[in-house]
Design a protein around this ligand. Structure first.
Ligand code: WT7
Length: 658
């Protein structure tokens, strides 16, 4: 076993490799050593309600304390911390200001063109109060849903916190989604207002967010939306509709900084965030106030082992759950300095990330495996030009990380000196579920290691029986936890069926399953094997194959489509679409380009197929189900193995092979 401080790392890759926290790292950590972790696991297991109740009292501010920790009398509908009243914005801002942290920097922001803003807790508090009052002025009331369609600017975090302050749940829509996808989400949630910007900078171009909002709202297609608040970011020319549109810079600065936080019930909605499932339209995942706040707070504190003066940077976008929990709520609830960066590495600045780390002396860096693989490919000479010695801890999220990328991250970015936390979780779980605690749990390249205290995860077969060591199975969670999603917006049946009734109850208890396969090794470590449903993971972005299929079929030329993921060295998976055309339509390179563009327009560029293959027919079972297993094998150029006897027309396979 190699201590983390060791510099004598063999470059030979072995999966058996284990990196123990070094004694000096343990001494500096909040959770010291495996014994302390085990004590926490035991405490949480023997009396979960006491464990979470104590944590909630200690870590959050309460206007009124809760009466019960958990009501699980109607599973899977959990109620946490009932009777309690709190406010997430208060926990992220007011309490720090009251405790004398007003001058501490809350957000360091860097725009893609290079400008930097440093916003203290006092300033953020005041600005959030102004935005809150502005939202009230444009007619937003407690309980109204407010959509955000924003670039990575501090105003995005301010808007989220302002919504939380006045009790208006937010629904952040990633700025890379198309106007069509935005419209679906606005209508599903019946959003009352949209907060957006005149544009954002991305890869040296301007992304026209306001134009997309206008397109989504055109001709009354989102009747619930009454107002649009627009941040001026790029100064691009945009249309302005008086009576509906308001400029942020005109109505926010004139507001008062007095805005008492709403006293929210624990189970009041904090936000809805849409994510892809294996069937139908994206689901609005609902998270509520206290449980989510506690989960984001506690997991951030445990996993990133935050110290008083740490500068922390997560490279995600606020449009994803990672941005919600680990750019905004987790860090700010802990009073940490969180970095927001508008840009991404790009040809004009391939070292952009390392430049940000060097400039702002980042201590904790959290990014996605797909980014690490891209850096690996362009070579260490780029990061080697920068001073990365401020780094103490590295994290990954979003997809399985291959051991080669893990080792490269450790050696080249972490100088063999930084523990790596590979964090497994989902939009639905609110925060991290399985991850090493850096001062306690030894790491292995490619493993998310062990569940956090209080999380009873396991790997089981379809009957709910635990599989043996090193056997693949379904990754499940056996108990409710504070950060769990509460329901699917507007569809509690879908919540029940897709997550809690997918597998049979174990010992009479419902178990949570959200689509991943995994195995555990002899030490009980979890190795996530990826989705086992029709969800694919492209560059850490979660896409439903059915959504892409519906987008394709909505084009006049397309009769049928089947979409599968194909393993990809850089992106994890790439999107391959098998398409059969309406009679009379001819396949052509031009049509390939048109269909790719069509998917971008329907969903967003992240869903654009990498490869479109035309076929006369799709392989189906006699009952008409598309046999994706065969298509996956074909897409990856593998031999089609296994039973094909249910295939309705065997000629289809031969045709596809050609
Ligand atoms: C899916 C959830 C978690 C926030 C970002 C993505 C995959 C996530 C890991 C990891 C292996 C991972 C899973 C999961 N995933 N983290 N550390 N190792 N796979 O959130 O969009 O809800 O996607 O991302 O497949 O189910 P999401």
């Amino acid at each position: 076993m190699c201590p983390d401080s060791s510099s004598q790392i063999e470059t030979v890759l072995q999966e058996e490799r284990v990196f123990k926290p070094s004694p000096s790292a343990i001494a500096k950590s909040n959770i010291k050593g495996i014994e302390q972790y085990q004590q926490m696991v035991e405490a949480a297991k023997s009396d979960p309600e006491n464990f979470w109740g104590e944590a909630a009292l200690k870590e959050l501010h309460w206007f009124k304390p809760f009466q019960s920790v958990l009501d699980w009398s109607n599973p899977p509908f959990a109620k946490w911390f009932e009777g309690g009243k709190t406010n997430v914005a208060y926990n992220c801002l007011d309490r720090h200001v009251k405790q004398g942290l007003g001058n501490k920097v809350a957000i360091i922001w860097e725009g893609e063109p290079g400008e930097v803003r440093r916003i203290t807790y006092q300033e953020l508090f005041e600005e959030v109060c102004r935005v809150s009052n502005a939202l009230k002025e444009i007619g937003i009331r407690k309980g109204d849903l407010v959509a955000l369609y924003m670039p990575m600017v501090p105003e995005a975090a301010m808007a989220m916190l302002a919504c939380a302050r006045i009790g208006a749940p937010h629904s952040v829509v990633f700025g890379g989604f198309s106007s069509e996808a935005l419209r679906d989400r606005l209508n599903d949630g019946e959003a009352k207002a949209v907060i957006t910007a005149d544009g954002g900078f991305r890869k040296d171009k301007i992304v026209s967010l306001k134009n997309a909002v206008d397109a989504a709202l055109v001709d009354g297609s989102c009747p619930s939306v009454k107002s649009v608040l627009v941040v001026r970011r790029t100064c691009a020319d945009v249309s302005f509709f008086p009576g509906r549109d308001y400029w942020w810079h005109e109505i926010v600065p004139i507001q008062s900084i007095e805005c008492p936080p709403e006293h929210m019930d624990s189970e009041d909605r904090l936000f809805v965030l849409y994510t892809s499932g294996s069937t139908g339209k994206p689901k609005g995942v609902v998270h509520t106030t206290s449980g989510y706040n506690l989960w984001a707070h506690l997991t951030f504190k445990w996993i990133f082992d935050v110290q008083k003066d740490d500068v922390y940077w997560c490279t995600a976008d606020v449009g994803w759950i990672t941005g919600h929990s680990y750019i905004v709520y987790g860090p700010l609830s802990n009073g940490t300095t969180t970095v927001m960066y508008e840009g991404v590495p790009r040809p004009s600045n391939p070292g952009a990330f390392w430049d940000v780390i060097q400039k702002h002396k980042i201590n904790i860096f959290y990014t996605a495996p797909t980014a690490i693989r891209a850096f690996m490919k362009s070579g260490r000479s780029i990061p080697d030009k920068y001073d990365l010695t401020s780094l103490r801890l590295l994290g990954t999220v979003g997809e399985p990380i291959n051991p080669e990328a893990w080792m490269w991250y450790r050696e080249v970015i972490g100088a063999n000196n930084c523990p790596i936390v590979d964090t497994w979780w989902q939009t639905e779980t609110g925060g991290v579920m399985i991850s090493p605690l850096p001062g306690a749990v030894a790491t292995k390249p490619g493993s998310a290691t062990l569940p956090l205290p209080g999380i009873e995860a396991d790997v089981v077969n379809a009957d709910g029986d635990p599989v043996g060591a090193n056997q693949g199975g379904y990754l499940i969670v056996k108990r409710p936890w504070p950060g769990m999603m509460r329901t699917v917006h507007g569809n509690s049946q879908r919540f029940r069926e897709s997550y809690w009734e997918y597998l049979k109850p174990i010992n009479g208890n419902l178990v949570y399953f959200a689509g991943d396969g995994a195995r555990r090794d002899d030490d009980g470590y979890f190795w996530i094997m990826g989705r086992v449903d029709d969800v694919i993971n492209v560059s850490g972005h979660r896409l439903g194959t059915m959504e892409i299929e519906s987008a394709l079929v909505s084009h006049d030329s397309v009769a049928e489509a089947a979409v599968v993921g194909k393993p990809d060295d850089l992106k994890g998976e790439s999107v391959v679409a098998f398409v059969s055309l309406e009679s009379g339509k001819e396949s052509s390179d031009e049509l390939v380009a048109i269909l790719k563009e069509h998917v971008s327009k329907e969903i967003g560029a992240i869903a654009r197929p990498d490869d479109i293959r035309f076929t006369n027919a799709l392989p189906k079972t006699r009952s008409g189900k598309i046999m994706r297993r065969l298509l996956r094998a074909l897409a990856s150029g593998e031999e089609v193995k296994g039973d094909t006897s249910t295939l309705e027309d065997r000629n289809v396979l031969d045709e596809l092979r050609k």
